[in-house]
Design a protein around this ligand. Structure first.
Ligand code: FE2
Length: 253
C-alpha cells in the first residue's frame, strides 16, 4: 500500500520526535503492508516552516537509516502546505514540495473554516498545472457542517484526501458519518494516515480500508488505492464527480 500523507520525518514538525520513533513508525507501516510513504511535513501551519530543500535532506537521512536497518520502505518527498497569501509566489520560486515532485500538491485549510481566498488560490494553482489535494476536509469545521464549498472545489478540479482515523470512528461517530457521506458523494479521492506518532496517530491504512470495504464496497477501496499509485507516478486521476443526492433536491424545493 501507499500512504500519501504522513509525518514520519523526525524533528521537522509535530510528527515523529526523533529518528528512533521514525524507525518505529517505518516498522509499523511495513507490518501493515505499506511500502511507500510520501513524507508530508507541515509548512506554514503554526510555527512550522519546511521548505523543499529541508524536506529533501530529511528524506535522504531517513532513507539512509531505513537501508541500514534493512526496512523495505520507500520514502518520497512531499509537504502539507497551509494556505497563505504568498503560496503562489513561493510555488513559483520553488520553495514548495509537491507530492513526489508530481503535479499534486497537498493543501491544508485551517481547521475552523475555509479561507475566503481558497477558490481563487486553487484556481490559480490549476493554471500553473498543479492539482491541489485538500487535506482531510472532514476535519474542517465549515466543510464538515456543509460540504457545498467542497463540492464546488472538486467540480473545479481539486481532489481531497480523507484521514484513516476519521473513517474508522476514532475521532467520533459524527466525523465517521460525515466521512462516509463524503466518500459516497464522490468528494474523496485518497485515504491516508496523516500519521504523527506510533500510538495515537499511527501509520496504519488497513483498518480504514476494511471499514471502507464493509460500508462502501470493494470498488471504493480499489479506487483509492489505485489513485495513490497514479499520484506516485504523476499520472492523471479520474475524479468521481460529486453526485446530487436526493436530500439536496428536497432542500432545493
Ligand atoms: Fe498532516
Amino acid at each position: 500500500m501507499i500512504d500519501i500523507h504522513c509525518h514520519i520525518l523526525p524533528k521537522v514538525d509535530d510528527g515523529t520526535s526523533d529518528m528512533e520513533e521514525a524507525i518505529m513508525m517505518a516498522r509499523q507501516a511495513v507490518k501493515d503492508g505499506i511500502h511507500h510513504i510520501v513524507a508530508t511535513p507541515h509548512h506554514r501551519a503554526h510555527h512550522f516552516y519546511n521548505e523543499r530543500d529541508t524536506i529533501q535532506e530529511a528524506v535522504n537521512q531517513l532513507s539512509q537509516q531505513l537501508e541500514i536497518y534493512n526496512i523495505p520502505l520507500h520514502i518520497y518527498p512531499g509537504q502539507e502546505v497551509r494556505t497563505y497569501s504568498d503560496l503562489l509566489l513561493d510555488y513559483e520560486n520553488g520553495l514548495l514540495q509537491s507530492l513526489n515532485n508530481s503535479r499534486y500538491l497537498l493543501v491544508e485549510f485551517p481547521s475552523s473554516h475555509v479561507p475566503d481566498l481558497a477558490e481563487e488560490l486553487l484556481y490559480e494553482l490549476s493554471l500553473l498545472g498543479v492539482v491541489p489535494i485538500i487535506a482531510h476536509p472532514e476535519r474542517n469545521k465549515e466543510l464538515a457542517n456543509d460540504s457545498t464549498r467542497l463540492k464546488d472545489l472538486v467540480r473545479e478540479g481539486a481532489l481531497a484526501q480523507m484521514t484513516t482515523n476519521s473513517i474508522t470512528g476514532q475521532l467520533g461517530k459524527n466525523i465517521q458519518k460525515i466521512s462516509t457521506t463524503m466518500c459516497r458523494e464522490g468528494l474523496v479521492h485518497f485515504i491516508a494516515t496523516d500519521a504523527h506518532n506510533v500510538q495515537t496517530r499511527p501509520c496504519i491504512l488497513s483498518d480504514a480500508y476494511e471499514v471502507i470495504q464493509e460500508q462502501l464496497g470493494r470498488e471504493f477501496v480499489d479506487y483509492y488505492q489505485n489513485n495513490a499509485k497514479l499520484l506516485l507516478h504523476n499520472e492523471a486521476i479520474e475524479p468521481k464527480l460529486p453526485l446530487i443526492t436526493k436530500r439536496s433536491w428536497y432542500k432545493f424545493w
